[in-house]
Design a protein around this ligand. Structure first.
Ligand code: FE2
Ligand code: FE2
Length: 201
């Protein structure tokens, strides 16, 4: 997803492994084609370096789908499954033009977004804030008036402007259930965080 472009290197691989784990869990519950999901999860961000190197002019989901088509040419899996894997990769992006249509594509989309929220989401936003030299918190300014990639790019900003909206974008029932739990945890964490910041707790 978009905020993942803030990551690089080993973060990409860790994210891919977590998305794979989420896909396996949601796929079991939803009764998905697990072979399609396994391959789609592992390959879903394979186009990421091209998007980063082109500073965003290449879409990593579209590029990744093309790369998967080539990679899967000799792979012993049916043409229908190959088409589903390619569609799932192409449609996984949060703001992508292509919408997920198959169950497996919807699960990959949900898994990718779930990795941005909950305890993992909080950890990732603080890690990113540290990488760009952002403050721990910026109480004197409304997050809406702040700029990304500056010292104003705090974890709380990311939560208010982006992460708090993700739960409403889920496409599967299990994804929605998990997003609801992860969202509630973030709400609880940041409520406490703001109290502690003021010294009220
Ligand atoms: Fe992605
Ligand atoms: Fe991803």
């Amino acid at each position: 997803m978009e905020c993942f472009s803030k990551d690089s290197g080993s973060h990409d691989r860790d994210h891919t492994q977590r998305v794979y784990n989420l896909c396996m869990h949601i796929g079991e519950v939803e009764g998905a084609d697990m072979e399609v999901l396994k391959i789609a999860a592992y390959l879903h961000d394979v186009g990421r370096p091209y998007q980063d190197e082109s500073k965003g002019s290449i879409c990593h989901a579209e590029k990744g789908a093309e790369m998967a088509r080539t990679l899967l040419e000799e792979y012993p899996v049916s043409d229908a499954r190959k088409a589903n894997i390619i569609h799932s990769i192409k449609s996984h992006r949060f703001r992508g033009k292509c919408q997920p249509e198959t169950l497996e594509a919807k699960i990959l989309f949900d898994a990718d977004k779930l990795d941005a929220i909950g305890a993992i989401g909080i950890a990732r936003t603080f890690q990113f804030a540290g990488e760009v030299g952002a403050k721990l918190h910026n109480p004197s300014i409304d997050p809406k008036d702040t700029k990304p990639y500056t010292e104003e790019d705090t974890a709380y900003r990311e939560f208010k402007l982006k992460l708090s909206k993700i739960k409403d974008r889920m496409l599967t029932a299990q994804g929605r259930r998990m997003a609801t739990g992860r969202h509630a945890f973030m709400e609880m964490f940041f409520e406490r965080f703001l109290h502690e910041y003021k010294g009220h707790k």
